[in-house]
Each structure stands twice: as structure tokens, then as C-alpha cells.
Design a protein around this ligand. Structure first.
Ligand SMILES: NC(=O)c1ccc[n+]([C@@H]2O[C@H](COP(=O)([O-])OP(=O)(O)OC[C@H]3O[C@@H](n4cnc5c(N)ncnc54)[C@H](OP(=O)(O)O)[C@@H]3O)[C@@H](O)[C@H]2O)c1
Length: 296
């Protein structure tokens, strides 16, 4: 049944809903009759969502939540309960960041932040939501991975590492929660233009600033070339991914994973059919690093 047709609307918490894919998802769910709790840190961006919801009469409420903080997550869940919802129908674990650096250069604090936000926080939020869902023997957890959770580019090791970890954790959750009637779904988007690139540049600025003097300068250059090539002319928009999430929340049973964007589907296919060596060669060619040995 469509959420808008039931007397009690279905409820969803979307983390990282102040921008990009999370924002588009929160709005689309609300447009489809879901009661949505849109969570994020930025007060300014939350205000803009509140204004939009008021203007359009959408059942969309914002919440302050830093997914990396136990206290903040607890406060947000208490607020959801205070607003009358004890068990959510869905949690979309979408909040995420990307840190770009070669593994030899990445600082431990940055790697920790990468995994804290993209992996440990998914566990933190899910652990808080699950007891009530289990009691009702119903619910869905949607975890936002990436095609980078399937294939790795040089420089994106920290980000990919976090998404590969999230994939494994989500696969374990899906089986563990099967007896309780709770579905766990993984979303694997390819590149979609959002604020993430700018945020990643900010978070990775120290590495980019030192790239010229780094022994990895050709790797940085190769990454930049391959990234520009991948992202140039991309026409994918956040609402496309939001539609896939809506589908993952409404079709029964949902698929274990949904790949989003044509390019990501092609990449996932190539990863499946090519050997590790052949796949490495394709990345080396795309980055120009197949010819870089003599330049380093
Ligand atoms: N765009 C893509 O091409 C793409 C592709 C594959 C996967 N993804 C994944 O999709 C998700 C959303 O990315 P996006 O592209 O929409 O990026 P975005 O526009 O930068 O949005 C990221 C969201 O995460 C929130 N966030 C970051 N750190 C947080 C924290 N500590 N606590 C709470 N919220 C936090 C941000 O909100 P506040 O700053 O307000 O907290 C923001 O709403 C990420 O998991 C990303 O890895 C994106």
C-alpha cells in the first residue's frame, strides 16, 4: 500500500538529509505521503528544508543529528519518540563524507573520521533504531554505499575502504535481521553531482595542497584525469537516486542492492566479468599510470 493511502503514514528517518541525495530522498518520500524525519548537522540547511516543507505542506520535519556522536543520535531519537513515533518504518543511513588521499599519506585522524562517519555511524544509528523495529517485526534499513564499495580508484582508498566495509556490514545485517522481518538494502550510486565533491575537497585540502611535492604526484594527477573523465557531462541528478530509494522502501521483497546510474551499472558489470589483473589494467590505463613508472 502507498504510504499516502494508509491512515497512519509510514515513517522514515533519513540521515544526511540536509543536502544532495539525502535531501532529495527526504523530499520525495514526503511527496509520496511518508512522514519523514530529515536529519543533519547544518542548522541553516535544516531551516531551508523546514521552509520548503511549510511552503509545500509536506510531512517533513527536520532534526539535528551528528551521526558520529552517541549523544546527538540519542537526542534525535528521543525527539522522534517525543513527536509520537516509537518504531520507525524505515531508516535511510545516507550521511557520508569522502576523504581523498593515497593510503601511505592519509593521516590516521582522517581515516578515523572517514570510517566513523561512513561505517561506525551506520551501526550507531541502526543499533538505536532496531530494537523497536524488531519488536514490531517489521522495518527497512537502507544503507547508502557507492559503486566505490565495489571498485576502488587510487586516491579514493579511504572512501572506498569505508564503503567496502559498509557493504559487508550491511550483508551481515540483512541475514541477521531476516528472522525479524526487517529488510536491509544497499544502494550503490555512481557519480551524481552534489555538494559532496566540494566537501571532499575541503576535507582533503591538506593532501591536495601537498600533491605537487608528494612522491605520489603522478598518482594524484592520474586520479584527477580519470575523475574528470568519469564526471564530465554527467547528467545524473539526486532525484534519480531518491526514486531508487523509494522503490527499495516500497517493493516487496526489496532487492539486496540497487546500483544507480548507467555508468555505475557498467562498472559493476565489468568488475564482475574481468579478472583482478584485467580490472587493474583498466584502472591503470584510465589514470595513465600504466605509463608512469619512469616519471616517479
Ligand atoms: N554524490 C555521489 O556521487 C555519490 C555517489 C555514491 C554514493 N554517495 C553517497 O551518498 C551519500 C550522500 O552523499 P551526497 O552526494 O548527497 O553528499 P552531500 O551533498 O555532501 O551530503 C552529505 C550529507 O551528509 C551529511 N553529513 C556529513 N557528515 C555528517 C555527520 N557527521 N552527521 C550527520 N550528517 C552528516 C551532511 O549534512 P550536514 O553537513 O548538515 O550534517 C549532508 O546532508 C553519502 O553516503 C555518499 O557517500 C554519493
Amino acid at each position: 500500500m502507498n504510504a499516502s493511502q494508509s491512515t497512519n503514514p509510514q515513517t522514515a528517518l533519513v540521515t544526511g538529509a540536509t543536502s544532495g541525495l539525502g535531501r532529495a530522498t527526504a523530499i520525495l518520500l514526503a511527496e509520496n505521503g511518508w512522514r519523514v524525519f530529515a536529519a543533519g548537522r547544518s542548522a541553516e540547511r535544516r531551516r531551508s528544508i523546514d521552509d520548503l516543507a511549510r511552503l509545500r505542506g509536506l510531512p517533513l520535519e527536520t532534526l539535528e543529528m551528528d551521526v558520529t556522536s552517541d549523544d546527538s543520535v540519542e537526542r534525535a531519537f528521543q525527539e522522534i519518540e517525543r513527536r509520537g513515533v516509537r518504531a520507525l518504518d524505515a531508516v535511510v543511513n545516507n550521511a557520508g563524507i569522502a576523504i581523498a588521499a593515497p593510503i601511505e599519506e592519509v593521516r590516521y585522524e582522517d581515516l578515523q573520521k572517514q570510517f566513523e562517519t561512513n561505517v561506525f555511524s551506520v551501526v550507531r544509528v541502526s543499533q538505536r533504531a532496531l530494537p523497536a523495529m524488531r519488536e514490531r517485526r517489521r522495518g527497512r534499513i537502507v544503507n547508502m554505499s557507492s559503486i566505490a564499495g565495489k571498485v576502488t580508484m587510487p586516491i579514493l582508498g579511504p572512501y572506498s575502504g569505508s564503503k567496502f566495509a559498509l557493504e559487508a556490514i550491511s550483508d551481515a545485517m540483512r541475514i541477521e535481521l531476516h528472522p525479524f522481518g526487517i529488510h536491509v538494502v544497499i544502494i550503490e550510486p555512481g557519480y551524481i553531482r552534489t555538494d559532496m565533491e566540494r566537501a571532499a575537497q575541503d576535507l582533503s585540502s591538506a593532501y591536495v595542497a601537498g600533491a605537487e611535492r608528494s612522491p605520489y604526484h603522478v598518482v594524484y594527477e592520474g586520479f584527477r584525469r580519470a575523475w574528470d573523465e568519469t564526471t564530465r557531462g554527467s547528467k545524473d541528478v539526486p532525484v534519480g537516486c531518491a526514486r531508487v530509494i523509494l522503490r527499495a522502501l516500497t517493493e516487496t521483497p526489496p532487492r539486496p542492492r540497487y546500483v544507480v546510474t548507467r555508468r555505475a551499472k557498467l562498472t559493476a558489470f565489468l568488475r564482475r566479468i574481468l579478472s583482478d589483473r584485467a580490472f587493474d589494467r583498466s584502472i591503470l590505463r584510465a589514470t595513465g599510470l600504466d605509463r608512469a613508472g619512469e616519471k616517479t
